[in-house]
Each structure stands twice: as structure tokens, then as C-alpha cells.
Design a protein around this ligand. Structure first.
Ligand SMILES: Cc1cc2nc3c(=O)[nH]c(=O)nc-3n(C[C@H](O)[C@H](O)[C@H](O)COP(=O)(O)OP(=O)(O)OC[C@H]3O[C@@H](n4cnc5c(N)ncnc54)[C@H](O)[C@@H]3O)c2cc1C
Length: 501
């Protein structure tokens, strides 16, 4: 399902970039055409360095083009957590880096005259429970103590309190929102030229580390030889070295968009408690769209997902009873164990290779920060924020519960589930259902469509071999270990896997 952002753009007006057909040599190769890859390409454009960006599908159709598109330094209630776990200076620098990213994105949009529905809006974390009031007060105090600007508000001062249960909130002023698909496509158009080439439908399937360069093998058969390699595939497609698969998991969220006759509220909102409710309005030539995001879960978790959208539709109707729900979409992002992105060197043993990942569903500003840090690293400059996001950090892991979950999920899916003998028989599978069954002593993933046609896959993830689970909403096979996803025919939708089933 396409997001509102993608549907709001006439495809005829979107630039198409050719596939890579022949072997090429370049100075810099960026793998991944989301916001991180494109922001980076835009930065490098000033320096006249041969740069190639390859994208496996089309520009900005993955997580970036399916986000809520809030450009904000308010990443939930992060600052009290950062101050407690890393110190107040750390929290201050994280805030400064993200505040600057908002202005840096705004400056690009102004300078390049990009029409992407950018507008400054305040952002709020609100709560509907009195139990969270103290957390919101603590967050406000921490931010103000290091010189940041946050305001604690009671419900009466929060615009949405007459629309959704709200008892308090924290406001950040001069935050922003935009249409990420319009922004990304404009950047792609600006960047593509003789020294900077974008290739779409060009999937990297392997990376080889040679003495003085990297060779990227693509699915089309063509190879790229490059001095610098930047992995902006969201989840790194290279496992070793790097070992990011031990440090992150993926989480999926759902969105609905409702057409409304008027602007219902100003500002962008997210609640502090679970389940997550994230809200914003968008405006286009046809009027307004209310966007409600939530229903989060760990990607690949074995669960009934059938009400993921209906739950959000209900919230939208409570807010605005007479609107028409027109858009549904979902996407996933990488979650790190310490809630901080990994930006910088991919590994201590791979020189000239950089990565940006683990944005914890706050990658609009983080992708700009990442682009700036990596640009400075390539050019040999020191970036004042690089140490906050050090990608090769090895620290005592405090989030023991989540580490335990990652290890348990991997053992379950790599070993235990594989030994389980499926109870179901193929003829017990209902129309529209997917299940793993045993055929001739081998496990097979079966999907039966509404016409009783059967699609078979090998239900083992091509990334690291975990057993896949059936997603009964999207009719996909999802990996509970690292979040790769495949359609019912076994075609890859989301990495880190690079192969079809
Ligand atoms: C539901 C949801 C809502 C969100 N809302 C917000 C928000 O409001 N504000 C905010 O700050 N953040 C938000 N985020 C997070 C943010 O959208 C992401 O962190 C950010 O977009 C990631 O950008 P990216 O460029 O790193 O990844 P992506 O946008 O995923 O781009 C990676 C690209 O790499 C390509 N690729 C992958 N593998 C290969 C390969 N083998 N070869 C070639 N290309 C490849 C993919 O096709 C993709 O286009 C949200 C996340 C979710 C899940």
C-alpha cells in the first residue's frame, strides 16, 4: 500500500533513473536512496567528487516515504533518559544536533526552492494518563536545565485536548513537517548529473572488501568499484564485520490518512504511553488530511495483526467523525538497544566504509545529521556531533531485557521453531491464510488465496536463516529476528536480506 506522501505526487512528474547495466568505477558509492542517502548525495555535490547512488527500487519508496514526516528534535521523552544514562552534556548535544538539523533541512528547502509542503509547527508529547505527568515534568526540566526550550502544559493549553484524552503535554516550538517524498525526489533531481549518478532498480547483493577499494555486486550483474562505500540501506545489508544484527531489531508502525474538510488542529503530537498514538495534519490542493500513526509491534512477531488499521481508524473517527479514510500504509525502522542511532565508520576493520542506521523512528532529522557527519568524515573534517552517534561503540548494555529478547527470538527462530513439526495440514489452510506445513519431511510456507490458489515458499529468511512468520494483514512472510519481509510469492520487500526466498 502506498503512503499518502507517495500518492500525493503525480508519478508522471517523478524523475526516473536508469538501471545500472555495466561495470563502473567511482570515488564514492552510496547504497540506498532514502533520505539518508539523498541528503548525503546533496552534501557531496559541492565537492566535485564522482559519486554513484544505487537504489534497489525507486527513490524514497521505503521507510522515508512512509514515515509520519515530522522534522523534530522532540523524539518522544528522550532527554531525561539521555541525561540519566549518558549525562547532561550528552543530552544537550543530542538536542543541539537535532535542532540544527531542522534548520539545515529548512535551509536546503529555501535555497533550492523545493515545494514539499514544508511548514513550521510546534511539536508535543502529550499524555492521557495522570501516571505520566511526572515524566513530562521531568523531561521539561531536563531540557530547560541544559538551555533547551520546552514548555510543560496542562490539558487546557493543548489544542487537541477537546479531541482526544489529554491531561498534560510538553511543547517544542519551531519544529516542522513536510512531504518527504516530494523533498527526496527534488534532491534526486538536483543531484543527478555528470559527476553524480543515480541508478534505480539496482540492488546491491554483495560487497567485497579489496585492498584499496570495495566491489559492489548488483543483482543486474554489473559491478561498482569504489574507494568509499556508504551503507544507507536503513538496516545494513552487510553482516560481518559490523555485526549490527546483534545490536538492533526492527519495529513496524501503521498509518491511516483521513480526508477532512478543514484543518482540525495545529501542531504535531505523540503520546508518551503505550499504545502509541502519533498525529499530524497535512495540506494539499484538495484540502486537509489527518494522519494517525500507531499499532507498533516488533516486525515479524507472531501475532494477529488484523486490527492494526481499524484501531487507528477508530481514533481518527473519534477525532473527526465525518472524514473519509482514504490512505493506509505501514513501514518499519531499526531500533537500537540504547535508543541512539549508529552513524560513522561501519567497522574498525573496514576503512572508508560508513553507515547510518538505528534511527528509532526519528530518522528525518537523524538522516540529515548522518549525512553531515559522513560528509565530514569523507573530507577529513571533525564534526562536533560525531562522538554522540559513534557507530562502533561497544558499551555495557543496560537494556538487558531487549538484548535478552533479541537473543531469545534468534534462538527460537534459528533453532527451536525449526525443530517443531507443524501441526497443520495443507488442506486445513483456509482461503486468505498462510501457514507453515510439512511436506515430504520438509517445512513449506503455504499461502492460499481467495481463489484457492496455492503459493509455496521456503519459509527461511535469506538473511541469517531464521524461520519466518506469516503476517495475516499484509499477506507477507516476516522475519522475527531482523525484520526482513517477503511477499507471499517470496519476493523481497524489506532488508536486511538481499535475496528472494
Ligand atoms: C511509521 C513510521 C513513522 C515515522 N515517522 C517519523 C517522523 O515523523 N519523524 C522522524 O524523524 N522519523 C520518522 N520515522 C523514521 C524515519 O522515517 C526513518 O528513520 C528514515 O526515513 C530512515 O531513512 P533511511 O534513508 O535511513 O532509510 P530508508 O528510507 O528505508 O532508505 C533506505 C533505502 O535503501 C534501499 N535499499 C535497501 N537495500 C538495498 C540494496 N540491497 N541495494 C540498493 N538499495 C537498497 C531501500 O529500498 C530504501 O529506499 C518513522 C518511521 C516509521 C516506521
Amino acid at each position: 500500500m502506498k503512503s499518502y506522501w507517495i500518492k500525493s505526487v503525480d508519478e508522471k512528474e517523478v524523475n526516473k533513473f536508469e538501471r545500472l547495466q555495466e561495470n563502473i568505477k567511482t570515488d564514492i558509492c552510496i547504497i540506498g536512496g532514502g533520505l539518508t542517502g539523498l541528503n548525503l548525495m546533496y552534501n557531496l555535490r559541492k565537492y566535485n567528487i564522482n559519486t554513484v547512488l544505487i537504489e534497489k527500487d525507486k527513490i524514497c519508496r521505503s521507510t522515508s516515504g512512509n514515515s509520519t514526516a515530522k522534522i523534530t528534535s522532540q523524539h518522544g521523552l528522550i532527554y531525561k533518559y539521555l541525561a540519566d544514562s549518558k549525562g547532561i552534556d550528552y543530552a544537550k548535544n543530542y538536542y543541539k544536533a537535532n535542532e540544527e538539523a531542522i534548520e539545515n533541512i529548512a535551509n536546503i528547502i529555501n535555497k533550492e526552492k523545493i515545494e514539499c509542503d514544508f511548514e513550521y509547527q510546534p511539536s508535543y508529547v502529550f499524555t492521557g494518563t495522570i501516571e505520566d505527568i511526572q515524566k513530562l515534568k521531568d523531561e521539561t526540566n531536563v531540557i530547560n536545565s541544559f538551555g533547551g526550550k520546552a514548555e510543560y502544559l496542562e490539558a487546557k493549553d493543548i489544542e487537541i485536548s477537546n479531541l482526544i484524552k489529554t491531561v498534560a503535554g510538553v511543547r517544542f516550538d519551531r519544529q516542522a513537517q513536510f512531504n518527504p517524498y516530494k523533498y527526496a525526489n527534488a534532491l534526486a533531481q538536483i543531484c543527478n548529473g555528470p559527476r553524480m549518478k543515480i541508478f534505480e532498480e539496482t540492488k546491491a547483493v554483495d560487497v567485497i572488501d579489496e585492498d584499496d577499494c570495495y566491489i559492489i555486486k548488483t543483482e543486474n550483474g554489473a559491478e561498482i568499484k569504489t574507494k568509499y562505500l556508504i551503507l544507507t540501506t536503513k538496516y545494513p545489508i552487510v553482516n560481518i564485520p559490523g555485526f549490527y544484527f546483534l545490536k538492533m531489531y526492527q519495529s513496524t508502525s501503521y498509518a491511516v490518512g483521513m480526508r477532512t474538510k478543514e484543518k482540525i488542529f495545529n501542531g504535531m503530537y505523540i503520546n508518551s504511553e503505550k499504545p502509541t498514538i502519533s498525529l499530524r495534519m497535512a495540506k494539499d490542493k484538495d484540502g486537509y488530511v489527518l494522519i494517525v500513526v500507531g499499532s507498533d509491534h516488533k516486525t515479524g512477531e507472531e501475532m494477529d495483526l488484523s486490527d492494526s488499521y481499524t484501531r487507528l481508524e477508530k481514533i481518527a473517527r473519534e477525532i473527526y467523525p465525518n472524514g473519509e479514510i482514504k490512505y493506509h500504509w505501514n513501514t518499519e525502522d531499526c531500533i537500537t538497544l540504547d535508543k541512539i542511532p549508529y552513524i560513522g565508520e561501519f567497522s574498525k576493520v573496514w576503512e572508508n566504509c560508513f553507515v547510518a542506521t538505528g534511527f528509532n523512528k526519528w530518522g528525518i532529522t537523524s538522516s540529515k545529521i548522518a549525512a553531515d557527519i559522513i560528509t565530514d568524515k569523507i573530507l577529513g573534517f571533525k564534526n562536533e556531533y560525531e562522538e554522540i552517534f559513534t557507530s562502533t561503540r561497544v558499551e555495557p548494555i543496560k537494556n538487558i531485557k531487549e538484548v535478552g529478547n533479541i537473543v531469545k527470538e534468534s534462538i527460537d527462530s534459528l533453532v527451536i521453531k525449526k525443530l517443531e513439526i507443524p501441526k497443520e495440514e495443507i488442506n486445513q489452510i483456509q482461503k486468505g491464510e498462510g501457514k507453515i506445513v510439512e511436506i515430504d519431511g520438509k517445512k513449506v510456507g503455504i499461502y492460499k488465496n481467495e481463489k484457492d490458489e496455492i503459493y509455496k515458499v521456503d519459509p527461511v529468511c535469506k538473511h541469517l536463516g531464521c524461520e519466518l512468520t506469516w503476517n495475516n494483514l499484509d499477506k507477507t512472510w516476516d522475519c522475527p529476528c531482523h525484520g526482513s519481509r517477503y511477499d507471499y510469492k517470496g519476493r523481497l520487500l524489506y532488508g536486511p536480506s538481499v535475496k528472494n526466498l
